[in-house]
Every structure is written in C-alpha cells, then in structure tokens.
Design a binder for this molecule. Structure first.
Ligand code: PGA
Length: 261
C-alpha cells in the first residue's frame, strides 16, 4: 500500500551553507540577518521558517556570540564520527555543539567527492550528530551523468537507505536533496523534476520511518537564488532550502527567507 503523503504542516527550514567562505569580517552578514529577522515576522507563511547559518568551523563560536538571543540556528558543515581522539584536523559533533551549533551537515556532495566519503561514513556521521544532540542534515543527490542515464531516483534511494541511521527521528534529521550538477552552477532541475524526486524521498521516508518519515523535512539545494526561491519552495514536499552561494550576502539570504510560502 502506498503510504499517505504529508498532511500536517511542517515548519520549513532555510539553511545557509557558507562552505569554505568567510573571515571574521563576514560576521557582519550574520548580524544583518539577525537584525532583519524580527521585522520579517511570519511573512506570508502560516508556519514561519527556521533560519540557520552553517559557517566555517572557525566562525562558529564567534557567530554564536554575535547571534545570541536571536532565533538564528547555527550548523557545522561536517563532523567526525568519533567524539574525540587522534584525528588531526577533524572536529567532532560534540565540539560543534560546544561551539554553538544545533545541527551539522553530513554527506554534502563536496565531502563525498573531495574526501571520498561513502554512504556508511555519512551514516556514522549522522549517528554522531544524534549522539551529540545535533540535527543531522543528510545530503543526497545525483551527478549529471546519473541524471542523464535515468538513474536519479535509484541513486537517491540508495543514498537515503545507506546514509540515514535506522533510529532517525524527524526532530533530529533533515534530508537535503541536492543534485550535484545544480550546485554552484546556476542550473536547477525543472519544477516537475524537483517535485518527482521529493515525492520519491517522502515515500521512502514514510515507508522506513512511518509517522516520523512523514514529518521529516526535505530541503532542496542547488542554485537556490532570490529569483527562483518562491517557485522552488512552493513545490510539494519541498520543506525549505539549503542555500550555498546566495547565503553569503544577507540581502540575498533574507530574500530567500522571505520567499518561503
Ligand atoms: P549553491 O550550493 O546554492 O551555491 O548551489 C548549495 C549547496 O551546495 O549546499
């Protein structure tokens, strides 16, 4: 039997992924978002979005200080699967939490490509996030070649199955669908293609996690900009966005937040 689609409203999440960008001076952008948020109110949404910034780890603690008292959530961009130990250059989920994060991105395609991270590593990192009390934002998405070969839904299903911990709950797990070929390129899939992948993800989550799978947020990421955000964010089963380049400037990021239906 096909599981029912989502019926209860899901609070959207707009998360900015700064990647390897931002020196201390860039804290001014986070401060500008902080200052503008109260005036946004609920905007045009019944359920106003959660807003998150994922700065480089070097800025986490300073950004936590700069945004204290504001509803801005902070996320790390990666974590090691261990809590501590001899892993030069890595940071643990516990360290990210200690620095002020309430979430961590795991399995971003740039980590998968640049650092050879496999699904089982991504899953171990998501489990580490949960162990530390962080939300795991688990990224999945096909390459251009996989899309052209008609493998998108297979790839995404395989990544979801192998990257998500069995005990994942909706409160501490977010899925981000990010087609690799759409990241940083200005290209986006058609609305119908985004909707089809998100519907397939929802179906897989509901089949595996029952009610929690119906409530888990599914973000779209890949060249989300002020001028396409309203359209992308209003598609069925799109519960927010993971924004790269356009999150670096407060004005663009705020425009995307405002575009949340
Ligand atoms: P982009 O990046 O918005 O610059 O395409 C998105 C991401 O990689 O999370």
């Amino acid at each position: 039997m096909t599981p029912p689609m989502t019926t209860t409203p899901i609070r959207p999440l707009v998360a900015g992924n700064w990647k390897m960008n931002g020196l201390a001076a860039a804290l001014a952008e986070a401060a500008a978002v902080r200052d503008a948020l109260p005036a946004l109110g609920a905007g045009n949404s019944d359920v106003p979005p959660d807003v998150m910034i994922c700065p480089p780890a070097t800025l986490l603690a300073q950004m936590a200080y700069a945004t204290r008292g504001s509803p801005i959530l902070l996320g790390a961009q990666d974590c090691h699967w261990a809590a501590s130990g001899a892993h030069t250059g890595d940071i643990s989920a516990e360290m990210a939490k200690d620095a002020g994060a309430s979430a961590v991105i795991v399995g971003h395609s740039e980590r998968r490509a640049d650092h050879g991270e496999l699904d089982r590593v991504v899953r171990a990192k998501a489990e580490a996030a949960h162990r530390a009390g962080l939300i795991a934002i688990v990224c999945v998405g096909e390459t251009k070649g996989e899309r052209l070969a008609g493998l998108t839904l297979d790839v995404v299903a395989r990544q979801l199955e192998a990257s998500l911990p069995d005990a994942a709950s909706d409160a501490e797990t977010v899925v981000a669908y990010e087609p690799v070929w759409a990241i940083g390129t200005g290209l986006t899939p058609s609305n119908a293609d985004v909707a089809a992948v998100h519907a397939a993800i929802r179906k897989a989550l509901a089949a595996r996690f029952a009610a929690a799978g119906l409530r888990m947020r599914i973000l779209y990421g890949g060249s989300v900009k002020p001028d396409n955000a309203a359209e992308l964010l209003s598609l069925p089963e799109v519960n927010g966005a993971l924004v790269g380049g356009a999150s670096l400037k407060a004005a663009d990021f705020l425009a995307i937040i405002r575009a949340t239906p």
